[in-house]
Design a protein. Structure first.
Length: 125
C-alpha cells in the first residue's frame, strides 16, 4: 500500500487503455475514478478533490491539453491536482507542449509500471 494514498482521476477514452491503467493503479492501492474526456474531468474536479489527474492527450470533445489549460485557469497552483499526460504520440515536441499548458509530467503509452510509480512519487511531494 502506498505511504500516502493518492486520489487519482483517470481521463481516458480508449477502453483497452482504461482497463490497463485501472488494473495497474488499483494493484498499487490507489483510489481511482474514471472519466472519458476533458469535459467530464473538469466536472469531476469541481465535485471532488483529486491529487492527480492522469490523462490521455487526444480525446473527443475535449483533449488533455485543453483540459489542462482550463484546470490552470480555474484552480490556483496550490489547489490544482498534479497533471500527468499519457501519450502515444511520437512527436518530439509533445512533451514540451504538455508542460507549456501546465501539465507536470508526460509519460508515454504503453504504460510502464515503474515509470508510473516514479512519476506518482513526485506527485506526493
Amino acid at each position: 500500500m502506498p505511504a500516502i494514498t493518492l486520489k487519482i482521476l483517470l481521463v481516458e477514452d480508449n477502453s483497452m487503455a482504461q482497463t490497463i491503467a485501472l488494473r495497474i493503479l488499483r494493484s498499487l492501492d490507489y483510489q481511482v475514478d474514471l472519466v472519458e474526456n476533458g469535459l467530464e474531468a473538469l466536472e469531476a474536479l469541481r465535485q471532488k478533490h483529486y491529487d492527480v489527474v492522469l490523462t490521455d492527450v487526444q480525446m473527443p470533445q475535449m483533449g488533455g491539453l485543453e483540459m489542462a489549460r482550463h484546470i490552470c485557469q480555474e484552480w490556483s497552483l496550490e489547489a490544482r491536482p498534479y497533471i500527468i499526460a499519457l501519450t502515444s504520440e511520437v512527436m518530439p515536441d509533445i512533451r514540451e507542449e504538455c508542460l507549456q499548458v501546465g501539465m507536470n509530467e508526460c509519460i508515454s503509452k504503453p504504460l510502464d509500471i515503474d515509470t508510473l510509480i516514479e512519476v506518482l512519487k513526485k506527485a506526493r511531494i
